[in-house]
Each structure stands twice: as C-alpha cells, then as structure tokens.
Design a protein around this ligand. Structure first.
Ligand code: NAD
Ligand code: UDP
Length: 324
C-alpha cells in the first residue's frame, strides 16, 4: 500500500490548519480542507489551490458532511478569546456538534480522528506546570466557559466514541501557539503586541502583566500533531503540546519592543475575567511517547513572526469580530 492518505483538516484555512495542510500536501497526501472562514480567509490557503492533491470546501462543521477519508484533524473552532466570546453559543456548538459530526464521519469511514484540544481545559490551574492527569479548574459559567467547557465536552465525546464504538482517536492539548499567519486582528497577545509595536502604538498589557504563558512556535506544533496522528493506536492521549519556557506578559511586551525596535509604551488595561494566572505545560509525556520536544525558542520564533507581520498589508485582513 502506498503511504498516500486521504486527509480531512477541519479549520484548515486557519492559522494552524493552513500550515498543517501545507505540510500534508507537501508530503503528497490528498488533503481536503473544510472551513467556514469565520476567523480566517482563503488567502491562507490560496497558494495550495492549484495543487492537484488539495481541495477546499466551505462548510460549517456544526452540520454533517459526508466524505471518504483515512484521517481527520479536527481543528475547526475559534481559538482567540475575542473570537470565541463573540458568539459563545456557536462556539459551544462548534466544539460539541462539530466533534459529534467528525466522530460520526470517522466511525463510518473507519478513519483516525485527532482532536485539537487546549490548555484552556485546565482553566486557571492550581497545579503548575500542568500535567495531563490534572483535571483542571474551570469556571463553568464564566466568559471563557463556552470554549473551555466546549473543548472539555469534546474530549469526553472523543474518549466515549473510542470506548463505545472503537473509533481510533487522538487528543492533543495545545498550549499558546504563535507564528506567521496568525490573524492580525485576533486579539491574542502575540498578534496584538506585534501589530501595535509595528504601528508605533501603545502595547496593551492586561492587568499588571505578571500572568504567565508558554509560547510554542507553529512548526513545533505541526510536527507534534502529525507525530501524534501517526503514533501507536494505543496512545490516544490526551497529550500536552507546548513550549516549556514560561514568560510573564510584561516580559513578552518588552521582548517584542526590543525585537521590533519600536518606540511603543507599555500601558496597562483591565484584566479580563477568569484570565488564567499562569500556564506552562509539562511535556514529559509527549517526549516519552512521541519523541517530540519543541525546538524553537521564543526569541527566534518571534523574529520570524515579526518578519511575516512586516510583510503583510493589514488592509487585506478583515477583523472577524469587533473584539480585538
Ligand atoms: P484559527 O481561528 O486561526 O483557526 C480556526 C479555524 O476554524 C478558522 O479557519 C475558522 O474559520 C474555522 N472555523 C471556526 N468555526 C468553524 C465551524 N463551525 N466550521 C468550520 N470551520 C470553522 O485558530 P488556530 O489558532 O489555528 O486554532 C486551531 C485549533 O487549535 C482550534 O481548534 C483551537 O481551539 C486549537 N488551539 C489553538 C491554540 C493556539 O494557541 N493557536 C491553542 C489551543 C488550542
Ligand atoms: N493579553 C494582554 N494584552 C493583549 C492581549 C492579551 O496583556 O492585548 C494577555 C491576556 O490577558 C492573557 C495573555 O495575554 O493574560 C494571553 O492572552 P491570549 O488572548 O493570547 O490567550 P489566552 O492564553 O488568554 O487564551
């Protein structure tokens, strides 16, 4: 049998999805990208459209879709807080109904299906760094709940389809990932800070900037999820994927100013509700099971990202929501 597979990537026109599609197309697989373009645009995959092994379908995964594939990477879901809070009911539907539809498709086709879960399932964690066995501390009625609880419910569906219907599943818990092709108006901290610095605007640090995050470069992430998909069937996860370097948001702002050479000031803005105080993955499991560990440090990854932000025209990007 040839190693060529038919692979569906939901959310394939998004930041991570477009890089994943690019890599899978380059490996020669038949790739179907499904996206409703809520937080992305066709330009992210325009360069793939004339490849014979790439297909683009505009579709919303809250509705069933019938395709014949060997593997599904389920990435469709708004990921930035401003995007997922714009229509929280839709966010929950995308996670839950989208998971049911993709699991049903995988069951029918006997395909493998990977869920892009998130560090947000740990909420504002009391265990640090976060290990997969930690069950999390999520406010079920807070502003982030539509995303956090939606992703938690999706994990439940994945393991139940696995236990009950023997669907071949994988779950990765992705920690903050950044890089070229992030939507410049997604409101996430890396894109906001770089956009603001390059425009010479104030850098909007929420709260006192002492909250921490660990930032993973997109190439490391794409490598990890492909390894997870191709890993042994008895390792379904969940597995943490992220970079272990931990930075305060103030440190990130200072680094962006240094790397852009901007004259921007750092200004404090109110901290959003339920903003996690600290976040860092324990990636021991990924190292042991997938032989994976991140290679790109924050300084180098930011330099690449800044280069890309300098190369784009902001006018080409539509802000998906007013929340940025
Ligand atoms: P993104 O917003 O760039 O990509 C999400 C894509 O899904 C977009 O193209 C969007 O249009 C599409 N989409 C949204 N709802 C849809 C629907 N109902 N039907 C079809 N398409 C839909 O975000 P991203 O950073 O590339 O995130 C990709 C996945 O990874 C998401 O599931 C996200 O939750 C997960 N994730 C990302 C990060 C990160 O830091 N980037 C962290 C944790 C988890
Ligand atoms: N943040 C900030 N300024 C911004 C955007 C975000 O200080 O302009 C902070 C935010 O409050 C959070 C961290 O940066 O503490 C990461 O935010 P992001 O939205 O990127 O992702 P999160 O990890 O919170 O989902």
């Amino acid at each position: 049998m040839s190693g060529i597979k038919r692979i569906l990537v939901t959310g394939g026109a998004g930041f991570l999805g477009s890089h994943l599609c690019e890599r899978l197309v380059a490996e020669g697989h038949d790739v179907i990208c499904v996206d409703n373009f809520f937080t992305s645009q066709k330009s992210n995959v325009a360069h793939l459209l004339d490849q014979r092994n790439f297909e683009l379908i505009r579709h919303d995964i809250t509705h069933p879709i019938f395709l014949e594939v060997d593997e599904v990477y389920n990435l469709a879901c708004p990921a930035a807080p401003g995007h997922y809070q714009y229509n929280p009911i839709k966010t929950m539907k995308t996670s839950v109904m989208g998971a049911i539809n993709m699991l049903g498709l995988a069951k029918r086709c006997r395909a493998k299906v990977l869920q892009a879960s998130t560090s947000e399932i740990y909420g504002d964690p009391e265990v640090h760094p976060q290990v997969e066995s930690y069950r999390g501390s999520v406010n079920p009625i807070g502003l982030r709940a539509c995303y956090d609880e939606g992703k938690r419910a999706a994990e439940t569906l994945f393991v139940d389809y696995h236990r009950m219907n023997k669907v071949n599943v994988r779950i990765v818990r992705i920690f903050n990932t950044y890089g070229p092709r992030m939507h410049p108006y997604d409101g996430r901290v890396v894109s906001n800070f770089i956009r603001q610095a390059l425009a010479g605007e104030d850098i909007t640090m929420f709260g006192d900037g002492s909250q921490t995050r660990s930032f993973c470069y997109r190439d490391d992430l794409v490598e990890a999820i492909i390894r997870m998909m191709n890993g042994p069937d008895d390792f379904i996860g969940p597995v943490n994927i992220g970079n272990q370097g931990e930075f305060t948001i103030r440190e990130l702002a200072e680094l962006v100013i240094e790397l852009t050479g901007a004259k921007s000031r750092i200004v404090s803005r109110p901290l959003p509700a339920d903003d996690p105080t600290r976040r860092r993955p324990d990636v021991t499991l990924a190292r042991e099971k997938l032989g994976w560990q991140p290679k790109v440090n924050l300084r180098d990854g930011l330099a690449e990202t800044i280069k890309w932000f300098r190369s784009i025209r902001l006018d080409d990007y539509r802000a998906p929501t007013p929340n940025y």
